[in-house]
Design a protein around this ligand. Structure first.
Ligand SMILES: Cc1cc2nc3c(=O)[nH]c(=O)nc-3n(C[C@H](O)[C@H](O)[C@H](O)COP(=O)(O)OP(=O)(O)OC[C@H]3O[C@@H](n4cnc5c(N)ncnc54)[C@H](O)[C@@H]3O)c2cc1C
Length: 405
């Protein structure tokens, strides 16, 4: 019999989830939202912000308590991500690259020694991590990457270049994807390495100047004959592509949460401004075209929020099993396609919503004093990072082609 799996989702937050969301929201409103514009201008996230996010448990949400994590569900983590994104996109991105993109794969694929070494200090905000996959010639097409790790008797020698890496200018460690070659020149496949950024032979470029997310540093990393010990390997030789795709899958859920958080911030600002600002003798919210923009904004926000929360709920139940059950529409649960769908939808809607929020603010919306200008700049990345919208469509279309009519 078909399982009416997602229809059974309880749409009410539990008392525990609601209490956690309330206390994290108070923290973000007090500690993060007030400095978001200032750090955007300074183009730097204060290091103590990582410690503060650690103290309230944000960095460790999805990690096991024995490594200093909170053991939270995806539903709880997604709520927290929405709330942080609403307050500051740059903080969301840098914290996510460190704990989620660097720490996440170590939490799943690391040896116990690797988890013990890296996770506790990472989740306390004492070290900062990055995930280095993209290269000048390999973005959407990860398999085209050219960074190599030549296997030697004692370990590996890394050569190559990475670009557009979140936290590259400041990170202490990076999880680097490279192609392993054995002494006889044989290709052993894509493989991840945990790399100490102080290792001789590593250099990094300056933080790149960006359209948005200006406080979150992005940059290049260069590797020239970097000697890596054998135990820097994560998850085994040749397992790098799978580990990367698994990390991207979770990143897509996070980027959908980011998009929902940005839409929430736009709604708050557009509602307030449109009720205060008057033209032709009435608040602009009373003009039908502005009221309809608000209607479009709230519809996009709520549709994205619901699909996101349902997807987080499905992640909680089916990430481990790979999803052998069926959804209410009879389709097998395919969490990869679902994460792509929710990221595609939420990021597209969020870009449209930021545009409407600026439009409702008129000339003021173009000025940096108003938060909507930053939100408009900050949202574009959601359609690019973690795989572009075109790549999400490819993933969804492949899953669609497998479905029976
Ligand atoms: C602010 C920022 C932070 C980032 N952080 C990180 C990070 O921490 N770690 C990391 O590894 N990377 C990071 N990236 C890189 C990001 O993941 C890539 O930019 C992204 O995957 C796209 O790759 P690309 O830039 O090479 O674009 P390309 O792959 O060159 O794509 C260019 C265009 O062609 C389209 N395209 C490409 N192939 C196809 C296809 N087969 N079918 C249809 N259309 C296609 C794309 O959709 C896009 O529109 C970051 C990027 C930015 C901007």
């Amino acid at each position: 019999m078909q399982t009416l799996e997602s229809l059974a989702m309880d749409l009410e937050l539990s008392a525990e989830d609601a209490a956690f969301a309330d206390s994290f929201r108070s923290f973000c409103h007090k500690e993060i939202a007030p400095i978001a514009d200032e750090i955007d201008e300074r183009q730097e996230i204060p290091r103590e912000l990582y410690n503060k996010l650690a103290r309230v448990g944000y960095l460790g949400l999805l990690f096991e308590p024995r490594y200093g994590g909170q053991g939270a569900t995806y539903v709880q983590a997604t709520l927290a991500q929405i709330i942080l994104a609403e307050s500051c996109g740059s903080t969301f991105f840098s914290a996510g690259a460190s704990a989620g993109l660097f720490g996440g794969p170590i939490g799943v694929h690391g040896t116990d020694a690797q988890r013990q070494q890296f996770l506790p200090p990472l989740l306390r905000g004492e070290i900062i991590g990055a995930l280095a996959v993209t290269e000048p010639g390999a973005g959407s097409d990860v398999s085209a990457l050219r960074t190599t790790a030549a296997q030697t008797r004692d370990g590996f020698v890394l050569n190559g270049q990475k670009t557009y890496i979140t936290n590259a200018p400041i990170c202490d460690y990076a999880l680097v994807l490279a192609r392993v070659r054995t002494g006889d020149g044989k290709d052993r496949g894509l493989t991840h390495f945990i790399v100490d950024m102080q290792t001789p032979g590593i250099s990094r470029g300056k933080a790149m100047r960006k359209m948005g997310l200006r406080a979150s540093p992005t940059g290049e990393i260069f590797f020239e004959d970097v000697q890596l010990p054998a135990d820097s390997l994560l998850g085994g030789i040749g397992r790098g592509f799978r580990i990367t795709m698994e990390a991207f899958n979770k990143e897509r859920l996070a980027l959908a949460a980011y998009s929902v958080g940005v839409m929430a911030a736009c709604l708050t600002d557009a509602r307030r401004y449109s009720r205060e600002r008057k033209s032709f003798g009435r608040p602009i919210s009373k003009h039908q075209s502005v009221a309809y923009m608000l209607a479009d904004m709230v519809t996009r926000y709520e549709a994205s929020y619901m699909l996101l929360m349902e997807t987080a709920w499905l992640f909680d139940r089916h990430l481990e099993s790979g999803g052998r059950r069926k959804l209410h529409n009879g389709h097998p649960i395919d969490l990869t396609a679902r994460a792509a769908e929710v990221k595609l939808m939420a990021s597209t809607f969020a870009r449209e919503v930021t545009n409407m929020a600026v439009q409702i603010h008129g000339g003021a919306g173009y000025m940096e004093e108003y938060r909507v200008a930053r939100l408009y700049r900050d949202i574009k990345i959601a359609e690019i990072g973690g795989g572009t919208s075109e790549i999400q469509k490819q993933i969804i279309a492949r899953a669609e082609a497998r479905r029976v009519t």
